[in-house]
Design a protein around this ligand. Structure first.
Ligand SMILES: *Cc1c(COP(=O)(O)O)cnc(C)c1O
Length: 426
């Protein structure tokens, strides 16, 4: 059970308000650093270990630079993410390209900057062959999908058989053989079987199946397996009644199966990679928004100045995000509200039938755990603009790490339309 604490106080929010209007995304530098350190320690037993932060979760150079201090590389899913990695001086070996349905030019660019390509499908070998003119990189990775259901004990965690990613068991064996014949020397195996798992068992269970597959692949294809990439999926406790994952326990669990399977098979030099996004950032970011309207019809509504463009997860997945009314942490939650944004979409609700303290106009609402897959999923529906991203630094100061969009940004792709001149945007 986790107590949902905020990393910012009402006093701090009032201070921030003097410079940066709500809504905004706020990140907690100390929280990010402490967590990155814990992850590093949890896998310190593995010599080649590296976390490749899933850029899509929080694609902000300031955040990436913090994580880089802990040895994190980046996992990119698209050309622009690769461009960001290149601009930030990530070196070959520090960039993973785990894409799917990949356009040819993205593969070409990934290869050009020395990213490790993680192939999503066996047919991509031919596709890549044409792009690279037969000159494959020395190291390649393949993504595995075991099909069926992924279970931990008796509970079904997810449904890989219904997921578009990865190769089947027989395909990955065949893929290794073909890649070897094309000159690839070193191999990696990647798999992502369940998202947002709140269980210390996910990684060890996944690792076990990948380690067994690695031994089989070595035996059947003679491939030199350099790394096993456990990918993302380690989740966070969004809800107050959930117990957060303990990364030290997870690291030890992976260590145990590593020794049992890989070390025992003479493969004790295989590196473990991870591509965590949510686990690295979600709890260390929040959306700060102000109550601007209250409405009493068939239900009680609180309208805030953020909407689904700032945080899409509740609208698209019905995802739970805890809400704290700043300064009212100790007041009874005796009011039932729907907390809404302003989009012309009834799904634009941050909370439905949520018990909260009595909310007054002007109150700051802190929406928790938005540090990953929050800002980055944002969009501009209804002509709403994306907010600023702010970093609460360890010394208590606040740094703007991305400015808010302006109407000029929104209209920028219409530059050919001279009618817009009369708006005098600057
Ligand atoms: C989204 C994604 C991740 C990160 O997932 P989290 O759930 O945020 O940890 C890692 N690898 C790949 C290939 C992904 O698509």
């Amino acid at each position: 059970m986790s107590e949902k604490k905020t990393f910012v106080t009402l006093e701090q929010l009032k201070e921030i308000d003097k410079t940066y209007p709500t809504p905004y995304h706020l990140y907690d530098e100390k929280g990010i650093r402490d967590n990155a350190k814990r992850l590093k320690e949890a896998f310190a037993w593995n010599k080649g270990y590296r976390e490749y932060f899933a850029v899509k979760a929080t694609p902000n150079p300031y955040i990436l630079n913090i994580l880089k201090e802990y040895g994190c590389g980046v996992d990119c899913a698209s050309e622009t993410e690769l461009m960001m990695a290149y601009a930030l001086d990530y070196k070959p070996g520090e960039i993973m390209f785990s894409s799917n349905d990949t356009p040819a030019e993205e593969y070409a660019y990934a290869n050009e900057i020395g990213a490790t390509i993680n192939l999503d499908d066996i047919t991509h070998i031919e596709f890549l062959d044409k792009i690279l003119d037969g000159k494959f990189p020395e190291t390649m990775s393949c993504r595995y999908n075991p099909g069926g259901y992924f279970q931990l004990g008796t509970s079904i965690m997810d449904n890989p058989g219904d997921a578009k990613y990865g190769m089947t068991h027989d395909q990955i064996i065949e893929a290794f053989k073909i890649l070897k014949s094309k000159g690839v020397k070193h191999f990696g195996i990647h798999s992502f079987l369940a998202s947002n798992t709140v269980s210390n068992e996910y990684y060890p269970t996944l690792a076990k199946s990948l380690f067994e597959l690695a031994v089989e692949l070595r035996d059947k294809t003679g491939a030199d397996i350099k790394f096993i990439n456990l990918s993302g999926g380690v989740g966070v406790a969004y809800k107050p009644d959930q117990t957060p994952n303990d990364i030290a326990v997870i690291g030890a669990g992976v260590h145990k199966v590593y020794d049992e399977i890989l070390t025992a098979a003479g493969m004790g030099d295989v590196a473990i990679y991870t591509e965590l996004g949510r686990f690295m950032l979600a709890p260390y970011g929040c959306v700060v928004t102000k109550a601007i309207h209250e409405k009493h019809i068939y239900k009680e509504y609180i309208g805030v100045d953020a909407c689904a463009v700032n945080l899409m997860r509740p609208a698209i997945y019905g995802a739970y995000h805890h809400i704290t009314v700043a300064g009212k942490e100790n007041e009874p939650c005796d009011h039932k509200y729907d907390v809404t944004g302003s989009l012309c979409e009834n799904s634009d609700k941050f909370a439905i039938d949520r018990m909260l303290p009595k909310i007054d106009m002007g109150d700051y609402l802190i929406i928790h755990d938005t540090g990953a897959h929050g800002y980055s999923m944002g969009y501009q529906y209804n002509g709403k603009l994306r907010s600023a991203e702010l970093l609460l630094k360890e010394d208590g100061s606040v740094q703007m790490i991305r400015r808010a969009e302006t109407p000029k940004d929104y209209f920028a792709t219409f530059d050919f339309c001279d009618k817009l001149d009369k708006l005098n945007l600057n």
